[in-house]
Design a binder for this molecule. Structure first.
Ligand SMILES: *Cc1c(COP(=O)(O)O)cnc(C)c1O
Length: 313
């Protein structure tokens, strides 16, 4: 429900202030669905700083409204034409630009991924989410600690923000939901923690989808915000040590959950977010459990997809 439609703005506001403090005059960013690009273009418009957003050529075609928003906000959208021409390739291009322009340019990365200190820094900017969860829970239930927190995971920033102030609370169970795409056992999935192995991508050691030669396996999901071949190193750690429980939802399960949430609560969620809600149909809880589910974004950008499935739900 945040301005620009998702949690991304928490991070871009923090990073634009940092860029100004560092004396940078040029901002670059990568984007998949366009949400991070829009959030970055928004803070650049606010602060009057030049903005260049790298976006895969394929994503430029399928996320036209967000491309229009970025241009209207005064950003330049540069197509990434290599590889699968999606998020990973846009990230490659942004990192190339950053290496070429180390003096005047700050790279605003969009999730808890990339080289240190980005995973740490982005998690801290998003930590406002769990700070607010604690305050709101206190108001609603009288206590600040929930039994479960559920969040969807692309790179992992909304989940990291929702968990951050509970990381040392052993009684809080973390439930992370990845995109299974057409199914984990098909070639069209983005369930990185199940399909991924130990490796390095974009400067972090983490779990990632790769073949025996270390070449990236293209991820797939109906939601452009979840089809990243890696996950943040924090999440890889939480999963590997058993601190977090991980689930996945398919395209069809996410669509069903999106329509259910819309019709029961009057909230049209982002397709990414709908994956988190989808697991409520299978994961059972105790009657008196306090369950927090992070609604990472609203569904305006996904209306075309929802409309094309309207007759089925
Ligand atoms: C970008 C995005 C995501 C996925 O990114 P994370 O870093 O995993 O949070 C999830 N939901 C929405 C609405 C998004 O825009």
């Amino acid at each position: 429900m945040c301005h620009t439609g998702a949690h991304k703005i928490n991070n871009t506001i923090g990073q634009i202030l940092l860029a100004e403090r560092l004396g940078k005059t040029r901002i670059i960013a990568e984007t998949g669905a366009g949400q991070h690009g829009v959030a970055t273009a928004t803070v650049c418009a606010l602060r009057g700083i030049e903005c260049i957003v790298y976006m895969g050529e394929v994503d430029i075609k399928r996320q036209a409204p967000n491309v229009a928003r970025m241009k209207m906000l005064g950003a330049e959208v540069r197509p990434a034409k290599s590889g699968s021409r999606t998020l990973k390739d846009a990230t490659n291009e942004a990192i190339r630009d950053w290496i070429d322009n180390p003096i005047d340019t700050h790279y605003i990365i969009g999730s808890v991924v990339g080289p240190h200190p980005y995973p740490d820094m982005v998690a801290r900017f998003q930590a406002i989410i769990s700070k607010e969860i604690r305050m709101q829970l206190k108001e609603q239930t009288g206590q600040e600690i929930p039994d479960h927190i559920i969040a969807c995971v692309g790179g992992g920033s909304n989940a990291a923000g929702a968990l951050y102030h509970f990381l040392n609370e052993d009684d809080v169970n973390f439930i992370l939901v990845e995109a299974a795409g057409k199914g984990i056992d098909t070639d069209h999935s983005a369930a990185t923690s199940v399909l991924g192995t130990h490796g390095v991508i974009h400067g972090s050691m983490t779990l990632l989808m790769q073949d025996e030669d270390g070449q990236i396996i293209e991820p797939y999901s109906i939601s452009a915000g979840l089809d990243y071949p890696g996950i943040g190193p924090l999440h890889a750690h939480l999963i590997k040590t058993g601190r977090a429980e991980v689930h996945s939802a398919t395209d069809a399960e996410a669509l069903k959950a999106a329509f259910e949430l819309t019709r029961t609560e009057g909230i049209i969620p982002a397709l990414e977010t709908a994956h988190a809600f989808a697991i409520l149909n299978e994961r059972k809880f105790e009657n008196d459990d306090v369950v927090v589910i992070n609604l990472s974004g609203r569904g305006d950008k996904d209306l075309a997809t929802y409309i094309s499935h309207l007759d089925r739900y």
